[in-house]
Design a protein around this ligand. Structure first.
Ligand SMILES: [Ca+2]
Ligand SMILES: [Ca+2]
Length: 191
């Protein structure tokens, strides 16, 4: 696992993040599965043959639990003239962090073949408390939609050709397994 250090170089965080695993991986998805704003990771492990079996791995991102979390914005974009999932749309998010202007450019796509990530755009914003501008370029019509001064840490829906931004109420899901003593392993479970 490599972490992009402010666009300058990559840090190997395999051990620090607890990602190392001695099995072949088959697919990886980056997705905010518990809907708390940070991206979690799901990895399909093992090969296609039964002898190659291995449990899949879910890495819940614990980043928001210490109260110093960075800000984020998740965009759910829907086409009306273009395809409904807005695949192929290019989004530019502009904001300022510590006096430095930043542009984040994303395309709407699933990110792969074996490992697909959500179509919604989960964008980390560092310490920026708001987004100055969101530009959505629709290649089918050649039109660009622009939204200004958007507050962070929320899910927003954007509809092609609609000048409104729609905040979405998306509940946080607790992925942690119960530690209750009532939890028992299935009878056929083998260690
Ligand atoms: Ca998350
Ligand atoms: Ca989290």
């Amino acid at each position: 696992m490599f972490r992009n250090k402010e666009g300058e170089f990559f840090q190997d965080v395999t051990t620090a993040g607890g990602f190392g695993n001695i099995q072949k991986g088959h697919a990886v998805s980056f997705a905010d599965l518990d809907q708390d704003g940070d991206q979690d990771i799901y990895v399909v492990m093992g090969g296609a043959n039964s002898g190659d079996m291995y449990p899949n791995l879910l890495f819940e991102n614990p980043y928001d639990r210490d109260g110093t979390a960075n800000n984020w914005l998740t965009l759910v974009i829907e086409g009306t003239i273009s395809n409904k999932k807005a695949i192929g749309v290019r989004v530019t998010v502009t904001y300022e962090e510590n006096g430095k202007a930043r542009n984040i450019v994303r395309d709407v796509n699933s990110g792969g073949s074996f490992g697909c990530s959500p179509f919604r755009l989960e964008i980390g914003l560092g310490k920026a408390s708001f987004v100055e501008r969101i530009e959505i370029f629709w290649p089918v019509t050649g039109k660009t939609q622009t939204f200004k001064n958007v507050s962070t840490n929320q899910f927003m829906k954007i509809i092609e050709g609609d000048p409104e931004l729609y905040p979405l109420k998306i509940p946080v899901i607790d992925l942690r397994l119960s530690t209750s003593s009532e939890y028992t392993l299935p009878k056929d479970h083998v260690h």
